[in-house]
Design a protein around this ligand. Structure first.
Ligand SMILES: [Zn+2]
Length: 169
């Protein structure tokens, strides 16, 4: 998931996603399918004015109802005032609108790659990693901010957004 922030706005609409397919893509899709299926209950939120696109093998969806969902009190409680700008569920990325999608794309696609690695174990690995860092650091905010999966996704953002000459990764 990705928090709304003003830095997202600045980093919007930059470089395209580098291709990362290492084996036939359908193998990754199949491995991550148990997670992707959890996007299905959100289908009713895509019935009105939704935009769909397939990008690097990831289904990206925005709609007004998805926007309200991501800004809902359940996410605001977890992430702070604004909720989430975007979220990935297996090979499905949902975002508030086209701008949020563009600014969060590198981050969310990094989560997709993580899900391709971990498959159905990914949600459990994510939660356990978050709980571990929250317990060891004794603060709840570490669950998100210091979760190794989030740290990796933020690094992926920088890998896309800085010029190759300045890229330390
Ligand atoms: Zn994230």
């Amino acid at each position: 998931m990705h928090l709304s922030s003003k830095t997202d706005e600045k980093s919007a609409l930059r470089a395209p996603i580098a291709p990362y397919f290492r084996r036939p893509h359908w193998l990754y899709v199949l491995w991550a399918l148990p997670v992707s299926l959890f996007a299905l209950p959100l289908a009713p939120l895509t019935l009105y004015r939704a935009n769909w696109a397939l990008r690097n093998g990831v289904l990206e969806i925005t709609s007004p109802a998805l926007s309200a969902f991501l800004a809902g009190p359940w996410f605001r409680r977890l992430a702070g005032d604004q909720g989430f700008a975007a979220a990935s569920i297996g090979h499905v990325v949902i975002a508030r609108d086209a701008h949020a999608l563009a600014s969060c794309r590198a981050h969310e696609h990094a989560h997709v790659r993580q899900c391709e690695r971990w498959g159905p174990l990914f949600p459990f690995a994510y939660v356990l990693a978050g709980l571990y860092v929250a317990c060891t650091q004794r603060r709840f905010g570490a669950y998100y901010w210091d979760n190794p999966f989030e740290v990796e996704a933020r690094l992926a953002e920088h890998a896309v957004y800085v010029s190759p000459r300045d890229n330390p990764y």
